[in-house]
Structures are given as C-alpha cells and as structure tokens.
Design a protein around this ligand. Structure first.
Ligand SMILES: C[S@@+](CC[C@H](N)C(=O)[O-])C[C@H]1O[C@@H](n2cnc3c(N)ncnc32)[C@H](O)[C@@H]1O
Length: 283
C-alpha cells in the first residue's frame, strides 16, 4: 500500500513545454495566456519575424534564446528545425519550464512547435500549444475576405508544384511561402522569377493569366500599414516578392449548383413535411 507521502512509481517529470504565438503585430497581438506562459517560464526560445520583436520579448524575460542563428543559406531548413526541437527538449529534460515563442500562430506553417510537443508528450512531459494571431487572420481582416463565403484553400506554394493537388477556382486560394517557391533543397531563402513562372504555369491550368492576384504583407510593427498589391497572374514572376508575403487568388468562377444533391435534399424535405403532417406536427 502506498501513502500520500511516498513518491509514486512513475512521477510526471517536472520539465514542460508551451509553444505560444506572438501574433503578427508587435505589442498588440500577444494574448494574456501567452504572456503568462512567457513570464512563468524558466527559459524562452524565440523564432520571431524580426530583431525588434525579439528585443521587445527580452524586456519580458531575462533568458530569451534566439533560434534565428540556426538558419543558414545552403543549410536545409529541416536540419535547422530539428536543431530547434533538440535545443528545446534538452531544457525540458533538464526539468525546466520551457516556452517556445513563435511569430504569428505557433502551429501554422511551422514544423518545430508541433514536433517538440509530440516528442515531449511521448516522453511523459507536459506539453501544449496556445494559438496566436497568424498572417491568415490578419489577411482576412485587411483584405476583407470571409473564408466562409466561397470557401478557401491554403497551400504551401512549393507543395502545389511538387504534388498533384486539386484547386477549386470557385473559392479563394491562399499561397504561402511564394518567395521561395520550388526550392527542392529546402536550403534557400529565396527563389527567382523562373521558379515563379513555373508556379504561374501551374496556376494557369485553373485561372486565366489576366486574373488579378493579391500580394499581401501584414503589418509587423505598430507604425506600419499592411501592404496590398494587385497584379495580373502573368506578372507574378516579374514583381519583387519578399519571403514574408502571401499571395491570394480570389475566385475566378461562379459557384455551380449541384442539381443532383439539391434534388435529393428537396425529396428529403418533402418526406419530412409529409411525416410532420401525418403526425399532426404541422397542419
Ligand atoms: C513559415 S510561415 C510562418 C507563418 C506564421 N506561423 C503565421 O502564423 O502566420 C512563413 C509564411 O507566412 C506568411 N507570412 C509571414 N509573415 C507575413 C506577413 N507579415 N504578412 C503576410 N504573410 C506573412 C508568408 O506566406 C510566409 O512565407
């Protein structure tokens, strides 16, 4: 028999990891919950959009370790991301309360936060993610897009080239990481117009070349305004496109009614009404 003073056979290890988002705009997007994780952590690892945001975070905690120096041109990003996981897990295993702070939402187009949580949980540590305001959230607000109106697909731009994916041009299409589209090495920070031309050729299967696409950059500093450019699809290779911009294709086709499904639903409605009449529910 065990008493309450005896240690249990499998005590939960004390180390823990919380992955939180800083949001996109410095100062205004940090949630109270994320702030409290940052304040209570023993050590912070940070992957943020720029050094100003990192300096701001350093004012909130004395031990902020930047993950940015692990990136290098010519080095696979997957190697960098595995290093990030290893760095965070080393502190979790040492019994520390670790907080990983990522810009935007920590779980959107971000490999390491999901991975470190998976690894920590598999080893019996407490691990969780808090959502943050992502580029996606800002985009809906700044461009006045409601994804529920026509539906909205999101793709990492290179994945759209590497795999056979189905695009629905009746809805919105949001393309992430267009600035480095087609980089099979995962080791480049930017790819040029020739790579974007391949993307345009792929998109031209579903969209006319004069379709207006939106190039969007949400504000990261409170003094900035969002940058919104509209160009014809054919011109996408020829405009400068920094890594932090997102490309949106508005719908190019009207929604097509599915007549067969509508007929089935109408038949169901009739059955429902007939049943309600018979049972006296309506009359
Ligand atoms: C690795 S993902 C990180 C996304 C981030 N976790 C989030 O929640 O928004 C990087 C991509 O996010 C998008 N992005 C990053 N910063 C942005 C900004 N300020 N405005 C618009 N899109 C942005 C771009 O598509 C960029 O290539």
């Amino acid at each position: 028999m065990t008493t309450s003073s005896e240690p249990s056979a499998n005590p939960t290890p004390r180390g823990s990891i919380a992955c939180v988002g800083m949001g996109m705009t410095l100062g205004s997007h940090l949630t109270p919950l994320a702030r409290s994780h940052i304040k209570q952590a023993d050590v912070i690892f940070a992957a943020l959009s720029d050094s100003v945001v990192e300096t701001w975070l350093q004012r909130m905690h004395p031990d902020v370790r930047s993950l940015q120096p692990y990136y290098a041109e010519g080095k696979s990003r997957m190697k960098t991301y595995r290093q990030w996981v290893a760095l965070m897990m080393a502190e979790v295993r040492a019994g520390k309360r670790v907080c990983g702070v990522f810009y935007g939402h920590p779980g959107i187009f971000a490999w390491s936060p999901h991975k470190v949580i998976e690894v920590a949980r598999a080893e019996g540590f407490e691990a969780h993610m808090d959502p943050g305001i992502s580029a996606e959230d800002c985009l809906y607000a700044d461009l006045g897009i409601d994804p529920g109106r026509f539906g909205c697909q999101h793709f990492e731009a290179s994945q759209l080239l590497f795999y056979e994916r189905r695009i629905d041009p009746a809805g919105y299409l949001v393309l992430w990481q267009v600035g480095l589209v087609g980089d099979m090495s995962l080791a480049r920070f930017h790819t040029g117009p020739a790579y974007r031309q391949v993307l345009v050729d792929r998109l031209s299967r579903d969209y006319p070349l004069d379709h207006k696409v939106i190039i969007y950059r949400g504000a990261t500093l409170p003094i900035e305004k969002p940058r919104i450019r509209r160009v014809a699809l054919r011109d996408l290779p020829h405009v400068p496109l920094p890594a932090e911009e997102t490309v949106v294709l508005p719908p190019a086709e009207a929604l097509k009614p599915d007549l067969a499904i509508r007929a089935r639903l109408e038949a169901l409605d009739k059955l429902d009404n007939a049943g309600a009449l018979a049972s006296g529910e309506i009359g």
